[in-house]
Design a protein. Sequence first.
Length: 98
Amino acid sequence: IDDGRIEIDSNTVERSIKPIGLGKKKYLFAGSEGGAETWGILASLINTAKLHDMDPRHYLTDVLERIVSGRTKINQLHLLLPWNWKAERDGSEAKLAA
């Protein structure tokens, strides 16, 4: 309560997960347990990208292209997490502007 940097409520998080809660009945028909797990991972990546002020479509397109093309090796997948991807992108944009 004494730290002004921390929000008192969790409205931001609740708003970001509301679409998932509203779609629960639809997600029951993911096809299989594996399909539901894949959907959960994808929904998590999309919402994390949104929370980091990133366009999820642009982020996922770039990540999938890097994986398929082999530009990012299997032991470097942590670099493709939304916060690392954004930091790398912001760093390269800063270099181009200089």
